[in-house]
Design a protein around this ligand. Structure first.
Ligand code: PLP
Length: 386
């Protein structure tokens, strides 16, 4: 669909792109101090760094997570990478053998099942239900655990649903991991992007006794996806983790090191004033809160669109009452072809109901209102076509 949108654009159509979670593409620029920090170190950034990343950046990451409640976070167990995307691939390659299974949330971000599949392992989806605010059903999750299960992936806040799982749910997941000797892989790239009333607790802070990898990076809260800067903090029992991290270090060495100029942006990005700037954007009246609310108000004016306002991240995942024999894919194609709005069908993100689409809420409010109007017209077109 993105390729089709690019084609339509090349034909001269103006497309409203609500497809990717790319803040920079919607004019939400990175903090000046972070850009300056990277620019000032360009001359120092010509050499390879340690395969795990620059010590100064790894120390900043460890310090950030200690303050966030992972009191045992340590710089020598921090790995930097070219985004969470590269680290997802490396961490799963170091963990999985062909025939293993890893449990992934559904709906969820497709990176994790894709990287698991590339290792020859199988990604087993565990269901998160809309009627429980997209939290996982713990009994269903337990039923997915088999003899070759190695890990549970958690994405909190979640993409695409924007759900934020409360500590009780996370403790339930940790308990299952404890009982079945599983590693926890916690993708918390949206941790700094929680809306009013939602307090983020890192999974590793609730499970200090378990092997846990916490992942984050600059792409979302710092609005620098093009820098390709991400990190992974490993916590948990030493003998187990030391063996795993030794394998991971060998793998990380194969790509020499992460992109060095971007690593110099990390310490400044985790400074109190930059984090406070992000918090202002998700506070009442903040830029991201306004955009989330604008789209919610506009979309739910239509009686066939339902969803609760997301607690975190910057996506909407509305359920649309579609005419029979019309799929989410049909809907998204019609929306793109006839109304020039690019959205993602939920079934591409592990939704099994075929009735959701994902929309990024990052565009300016005026554009979001136009997009909502065109989504309404798409529903009317498809109803009228029957
Ligand atoms: N994890 C989640 C849940 C995401 O939504 C995304 C991007 O949308 C990524 C990881 C990729 O992050 P990065 O840009 O650090 O590779």
């Amino acid at each position: 669909m993105a390729r089709r949108a690019a084609y339509l654009r090349a034909q001269g159509h103006s497309i409203i792109d609500l497809h990717l979670g790319d803040p920079a593409a919607h004019g939400l620029g990175a903090p000046d101090s972070v850009l300056r920090a990277a620019a000032e170190h360009l001359d120092d950034a010509a050499t390879y760094s340690d395969e795990r990343g620059l010590p100064v950046a790894r120390e900043a990451v460890a310090d950030h997570y200690r303050q966030a409640g992972i009191t045992h976070a340590a710089a020598d167990r921090v790995f930097l990478g070219n985004g969470v995307s590269e680290l997802a691939s490396l961490t799963l390659q170091a963990l999985l053998d062909p025939g293993d299974t890893v449990l992934v949330p559904a709906p969820g971000y497709p990176l994790w099942p894709a990287c698991a599949t590339l290792t020859g392992a199988t990604a087993v989806p565990y269901a998160c239900h809309e009627d429980t605010a997209w939290s996982p059903d713990l009994a269903g999750l337990a039923a997915c655990i088999g003899p070759r299960t190695r890990a549970i992936v958690v994405i909190n806040p979640d993409n695409p649903t924007g759900a934020h799982w409360p500590p009780a749910t996370l403790e339930g997941i940790a308990d299952l991991a404890r009982r079945h000797d599983l590693m926890l892989l916690s993708d918390e790239i949206y941790a700094e992007l929680c809306y009013p009333g939602t307090l983020h607790v890192p999974l590793a802070a609730l499970a200090p006794d378990l092997p846990c990898l916490t992942l984050g990076g600059l792409s979302k809260f710092c609005r620098l996806p093009g820098y390709r800067a991400g990190w992974m903090v490993a916590t948990g029992p030493h003998p187990v983790m030391d063996a795993y991290l030794s394998a991971l270090t060998s793998l990380a060495g194969l790509r020499m090191c992460p992109n060095v100029p971007a690593q110099y942006a990390i310490p400044t990005s985790l400074c109190a004033d930059v984090l406070a700037q992000t918090r202002r954007s998700t506070a009442p009246g903040g830029t991201l809160t306004l955009r989330r609310d604008t789209l919610h108000t506009a979309l739910t004016r239509h009686p066939d669109i339902h969803y609760a306002r997301p607690d975190g991240a910057f996506y909407a995942f509305p359920r649309i009452t579609l005419p029979p024999d019309t799929s989410d894919e049909d809907f998204a194609h019609h929306l793109l072809e006839h109304h020039h709005v690019l959205a993602t069908p939920g079934s591409q993100l592990g939704d099994t109901t075929g009735t959701h689409i994902r929309l990024s809420t990052l565009a300016p409010p005026a554009e979001l209102n136009i997009a909502a109007h065109r989504i309404h017209r798409t529903i009317e077109d498809l109803i009228g076509r029957r």
